[in-house]
Design a protein around this ligand. Structure first.
Ligand code: AMP
Length: 228
């Protein structure tokens, strides 16, 4: 099989859902289980902010306020990352698209490379539970593994189960005020994508309020069924 064929058939999955729905956690689990690459525009933007790039400088204040970074910046960052060789294995988009403009840009990008969306999976959760969920989460600075004070604590306090790092990080935008704004943006700008992908016939939904492992098993089955 040559490289062009691999790219043309590489699966594309989208995880939709409000902040705190578990997109990042589940995308990482799918990455490990199915050999797909997790593409989080939030992670790419945070890296751009940390590196002090032009895009990062433009995005920083918007991210701190809980608003959405411009389509232009986000699409450019995503397009660059999608062109990396590892993405030929297939991708799970986590936090992208978030607007109908981004969804249209993604359609055009995939059409150019002969790819299609295998499934857009909507993680359905209660808004009211999201603030509590988000305020308890933290990430390993060493390997990026995500944790939660209540739902997914580390086995040894302050030490990553996966890589042993003791460098744990909490996001600056995981505070109640910013989370409220992020939820507002989700309902205004991103929730309409559920109908968008419904109309395209690629939408799947699941109740994401339960246990992480049970949700992961359901998601894994959906990904398996929609691959190929
Ligand atoms: P996340 O890590 O997905 O929760 O994203 C954190 C923040 O990055 C969001 O609140 C937005 O400010 C920004 N962001 C991430 N992805 C996007 C996107 N697709 N479109 C616009 N802004 C984004």
């Amino acid at each position: 099989m040559d490289g062009a064929q691999v790219t043309a058939t590489a699966p594309v999955f989208i995880l939709l859902g409000p902040p705190g729905a578990g997109k990042g956690t589940q995308a990482r689990m799918l990455q490990d289980a199915h050999g797909l690459v997790q593409l989080s525009t939030g992670d790419l933007l945070r890296a751009a902010v940390a590196a002090g790039t032009e895009a990062g400088k433009a995005a920083k204040a918007v991210m701190e306020s809980g608003g959405l970074v411009s389509d232009e910046i986000v699409i450019a960052i995503l397009k660059d990352r999608l062109a990396d060789a590892d993405c030929a294995a297939g991708v799970i988009l986590d936090g992208f698209p978030r607007t109908t403009g981004q969804a249209a840009a993604l359609d055009a990008l995939l059409a150019d490379s002969g790819q299609h969306i295998n499934a857009a999976i909507s993680l359905e959760v209660d808004d009211t539970a999201m603030v509590a969920r988000i305020s308890g989460r933290f990430t390993c600075g060493g390997c990026g593994e995500g944790y939660h004070d209540v739902h997914k604590p580390t086995a040894v306090q302050g030490t990553c189960d996966k890589c042993g790092s003791t460098n744990m990080k909490r996001r600056a935008d995981d505070n109640a005020e910013t989370v409220a704004q992020r939820l507002k943006e989700y309902h205004a700008q991103t929730a309409p994508l559920i109908a968008y992908y419904g109309d395209k016939g690629v939408l799947q939904s699941l109740d994401a309020m339960g246990e992480i492992d049970a949700i992961a098993a359901t998601l894994s089955g959906m990904v398996k069924d929609a691959t190929g």
